[in-house]
Design a protein around this ligand. Structure first.
Ligand code: SF4
Length: 364
């Protein structure tokens, strides 16, 4: 058995009682808690990755209203799925979910698998999501260890191992297997996550009001704010991007990103990376000619947009462009002229969505 962090004489039963009693009295009324439909729990867990609960709620409600069943999502167009995800970021989550849902429909008759082995084979379902679905929807005593849970456990057992190391996560999973209330694994896992979200917060945890403070080693040692230990993440790489807004007879040129990689399948204004020392406007003009066969010159700065991904930061400078000459027939198939009023029908990443908003405001 994998090593765990639970001390020998830890009173597991009393800990479970304290945690579950607190949860039953304090659980938030969240839309994905209203029934135990594994499909809805799955959607919520994917949306909640890297995203705050308050941000997710309206997206979840809109998504489920449009796709109330796994079948309805499986049959949907990817374009529509991405459109409903627009603004939530990390779009590969939506694409993977869509593909996995299709697989569940074709391979498992539309029933979300209820074993770790099968569910873990689905695209985008990592150990945390698998554990969350199995425990919350199917009441299986499976660990669901995310950042919140690692923070709580690091403090509860005064763990100084780096939570970014896979070996540490494994030990936390083994700890949950020891601790989990087998009579109610669904509530147990949700209670730990809720405790991390509402009480044992990253900064200034509310130890005095915490239902499990009597069990908490970090609280007793007065070191809760030093934990968890997290190895330094690399700072995101800065990338300068230059984009063009090119208008022709009330229409604007947009372009669809490739089907894989960053922001796959989303629409954007033509843009390219600027190398250090290069002139912004020259870079853009050259790119428009090489990629879209459009000779254009810049006609004013529209805006600057900054956007940070987990590993990079875009400094996007946007210019209005005027066409001097164009070879219509040479436009790549991924590019399209669209009416300004039709831009809302396309899914843009957050950064380019800001350009859309600006154009719509200017057009009003
Ligand atoms: S006592 Fe404090 S540090 Fe310990 S689990 Fe509760 S809130 Fe977190």
């Amino acid at each position: 058995m994998t090593e765990h962090y639970v001390p020998k004489h830890f009173d597991i039963e009393s800990f479970q009682d304290a945690l579950l009693d607190w949860f039953e009295q304090n659980l938030r009324d969240l839309p994905w808690r209203r029934d135990k439909d594994p499909y809805k729990i799955w959607v919520s867990e994917i949306m909640l990755q890297q995203t705050q609960v308050d941000t997710v709620i309206p997206y979840f409600e809109k998504f489920i209203e449009r796709f109330p069943t796994l079948e309805s999502l499986a049959e949907a167009d990817e374009e529509e799925v991405l459109k409903l995800w627009e603004g939530l970021g990390y779009y590969s989550r939506a694409r993977n979910l869509h593909q996995a849902v299709r697989e569940v429909k074709s391979e498992y008759g539309g029933k979300v698998p209820d074993t770790r082995e099968e569910i873990s084979r689905l695209k985008g379902v990592g150990p945390y999501t698998a554990g969350a679905i199995l425990s919350i929807a199917y009441n299986r005593p499976e660990p669901a260890v995310d950042g919140n849970v690692m923070r709580v456990l690091s403090r509860l057992f005064h763990v100084r191992d780096d939570i970014q190391r896979p070996a540490t996560r494994k030990k936390f999973e083994a700890s949950i297997r020891q601790l989990i209330a087998v009579h109610n694994p669904s509530y147990f896992n949700q209670a730990l996550m809720e405790l991390g979200a509402l009480v044992c917060s990253p900064k200034s945890p509310g130890c005095l009001l915490c239902p499990v403070n009597a069990f908490c080693q970090a609280h007793q040692d007065g070191v809760q704010e030093e934990l968890p230990v997290k190895g330094k993440a690399k700072p995101p790489r800065e990338v300068d991007m230059v984009a063009g807004v090119i208008m022709k007879g009330g229409q604007v040129l947009i372009h669809k990103r490739p089907d894989s990689g960053l922001l796959a399948g989303l629409w954007e204004f033509p843009n390219t990376e600027r190398q250090k020392g290069e002139d912004w406007e020259e870079t853009l003009s050259r790119f428009l000619y090489e990629s879209f066969s459009i000779k254009a010159e810049t006609a004013g700065h529209v805006m600057d947009v900054k956007h940070t991904f987990s590993h990079l930061r875009w400094n996007l400078r946007v210019f209005q462009c005027e066409i001097i000459e164009e070879e219509e027939a040479s436009l790549p198939p991924s590019a399209r002229w669209v009416d300004l009023s039709a831009l809302d029908d396309y899914a843009f990443p957050v950064s380019h969505g800001k350009i859309v908003k600006r154009l719509q405001q200017d057009g009003d």
